[in-house]
Design a protein around this ligand. Structure first.
Ligand code: B12
Ligand code: SF4
Length: 560
């Protein structure tokens, strides 16, 4: 059969669309199992196609879709519903099936209110969806009693009960055989019980693992197609230290020159694992810190203690991995004191990256059940065109303006201190990590020099911080990024002699680095040495910039 898998657009426009641009990895797993069973599958990433639902449905008709599966996180459910309504009109014979965490938590609501949805795959999607497609191919209609499926019977939404979880994840065909992507997951499930998180209910608290060879082979396949950067999307990547270390060893043994980031929990990391991760290319770990207030963390059932937070951040950064903190504000009992406690904790752990979320209530979470109990609301609240429910809107003890101001003071407090955090960054003195530490510092410097922190007006003196970090990197080991960055900074400051000195040193260590060569040539041009500049530029004339500057040199030399 021909199955279209659609990742639909979101309701609200995003300032930074990066977060929503990538389809959930699960859609590739679902697609891979279908392809492995002989079906034609196409993935349509329509995260940025809001308002074009009619055209999109026509595209699906032109492609000949017989089944249209939508991957619904939550905030993109209106996108899914709008496109599905057009599919129903333009392609009435196609089956419309919703799946994903957002659809699973609201299956009854979706089937009760939206006739364009034929069925919802609740929970883990691969096997249920394949069985559904096979039944459609065989009988020409949806199977009625399939576990894991919700559909209408006699006009009423019913759920056939959960399907058995896939016991051996490795039995699933590797999605990298069929698709190219950057998000990887080694595990399914999380032993945590945070009240704002839908993961435990969706996946269960028992964790299932892919084997190390499965993931290593997946990375290898993607690597062979040119992918060099990966995001591990596991809820708690370091849950099994033996597996993580084995995977890192495998990455190193295969000579995979990759960088990657992961998500973990502060109570499940140790120095040895972090050292392996760093050597195998890990450059960032994100940890849920949520709040500096013990009471709020306890209320959110975060089950982590201040000392664990401090320890994890110290160990991570000492290993040369950027430790990023997720903070949540607007929680029950949030006050000026609890915000101060968060700022105090921030000062202790000095994260080099931070994300601040307002506490939102998503279906499938303990917070949502509590919300329904407290307010008498039902799932019908989602008939409103809204992405989520901020907790503070539901708690009369919290004042909206004040919560928004808390968010601002957290962000301001953080960005004001960030330069100091970066300058103080403590790294361990493991000689085997010197080159990697230099890489870490120059990478961090780059974000202050040309990246997000350079553009953020609240970050104090980003350029000076970048310079400090580049220089520190070069005290540890020669590093191409640091030579180039420092050379550029000095050049822009018109300190031509100093920039030449740094860039020449860079070229000694990295003679084939075209970017350093180009930058050095510009410094020579700035000091009137066009011959020297031209010598550097000649081998770079394949690059339009190299050619452009070489032409200027030739012109100048002609005139001289
Ligand atoms: C990694 C991750 C991200 C990454 C996204 C990476 C990516 N594109 O893959 C980033 C950091 C960008 C992200 C952002 C956000 N995320 Co997020 N994220 C996760 C996380 C930790 C893992 C997702 C994952 O890879 N799962 C593993 C794969 C195998 O599962 P899957 O993709 O869900 O697919 C399976 C099923 O869902 C289903 N399925 C999926 N699609 C389809 C389609 C069909 C047709 C069928 C039949 C089945 C099906 O079958 C698949 C295989 O079994 C989950 C928690 C979790 N463990 O699931 C939270 C989670 C999904 N995120 C969540 C949230 C709230 C967000 C944000 C809204 C946060 C925010 N406040 O801004 C943003 C929104 C961005 C967005 N895209 O919606 C919530 C969703 C809650 C809800 N009920 O909707 C979760 C559950 C965590 C939580 N706090 O509760 N996230
Ligand atoms: S927030 Fe993280 S630790 Fe807590 S339950 Fe969700 S995935 Fe697990």
């Amino acid at each position: 059969m021909k199955i279209a898998l659609v990742y639909p657009y979101f309701l609200d426009p995003r300032l930074d669309s990066g977060e929503i641009a990538v389809p959930p990895i699960g859609i590739y797993y679902v697609g891979a199992l279908l392809r492995a069973n002989g079906h034609a599958v196409e993935i349509f990433n329509w995260y940025d196609q809001a308002g074009r639902q009619e055209d999109l449905a026509r595209d699906l008709a032109a492609w000949g879709a017989q089944v249209v599966g939508f991957s619904v996180l939550h905030a993109n459910r209106w996108g899914a519903l709008e496109i599905a309504a057009e599919v129903r009109r333009i392609l009435p014979e196609a089956a419309v099936v919703f799946g994903g965490i957002g659809a699973s938590m609201l299956w009854r609501h979706l089937l009760a209110h939206f006739p364009q949805v034929d069925a919802v795959v609740v929970g883990e999607g691969e096997r249920t969806f394949l069985a559904l497609v096979q039944a459609l191919a065989r009988d020409g209609r949806l199977p009625s009693g399939l576990p894991g499926l919700a559909l209408r019977r006699g006009g009423e939404p019913i759920f056939n009960g959960p399907a058995d979880p896939i016991r051996r994840l490795d039995d699933l065909p590797d999605p990298a055989r069929y698709f190219t992507f950057q998000h990887l997951v080694m595990t399914r499930g999380c032993p945590g019980r945070c009240t704002f998180c839908g993961s435990p209910r969706f996946w269960g608290r028992r964790v299932r693992f892919h084997s190390v060879p499965y993931i290593a082979e997946q990375i290898q396949r993607l690597y062979d197609r040119g992918q060099r950067y990966f995001f591990f999307s596991d809820d708690t990547f370091t849950l099994s230290r033996t597996r993580v270390m084995a995977l890192c060893r495998e990455i190193l043994d295969r000579g995979l020159d990759i960088t990657w980031q992961a998500i973990s929990k502060v109570n499940i990391v140790d120095a040895e694992t972090l050292g392996w991760m760093r050597r195998a290319g890990c450059i960032q770990i994100s940890y849920g810190v949520e709040s500096g207030s013990e009471e709020i963390r306890a209320l959110l059932c975060k089950d982590i203690h201040r000392e664990q937070v401090r320890r994890a951040f110290a160990l991570t950064v000492r290993a040369g991995i950027l430790a990023r903190a997720y903070f949540i504000y607007g929680s029950p009992g949030e006050s000026a004191e609890t915000i101060q406690a968060t700022l105090d904790l921030m000062e202790e752990i000095q994260p080099l990256g931070a994300i601040f979320y307002i506490l939102d209530i998503f279906p499938g979470t303990a917070l949502y059940e509590d919300f329904k109990r407290r307010t008498g609301h039902t799932d019908d609240i989602w008939l409103d065109r809204r992405e989520d429910i901020p907790y503070f809107e539901t708690d009369p003890a919290l004042d909206a303006q004040q919560i928004l101001a808390f968010g601002r003071s957290l962000r301001q407090g953080y960005y004001r201190r960030l330069s100091a955090y970066a300058r103080n960054v403590p790294l361990n003195d493991d000689p085997a990590l010197r080159v990697l530490h230099a890489d870490f510092l120059s990478r961090l410097a780059l974000t202050f020099h040309q990246g997000d922190y350079a553009r953020n007006e609240e970050v104090e003196n980003p350029e000076a911080t970048a310079e400090t970090l580049y220089r520190r990197a070069l005290t540890l080991a020669p590093d191409a990024r640091a030579y180039l960055g420092l050379g550029q900074l000095l050049q822009r400051r018109r300190d031509t002699a100093a920039s030449i000195e740094v860039l020449e040193a860079g070229l000694i260590h990295f003679p084939r680095d075209g970017a350093i060569g180009l930058c050095l040539a510009i410094s020579w041009m700035n000091s009137g040495h066009f011959h020297r500049a031209l010598d550097l530029l000649k081998p770079l004339e394949d690059d339009p910039r190299g050619r452009h500057f070489a032409d200027i040199c030739r012109e100048a030399l002609k005139e001289a």
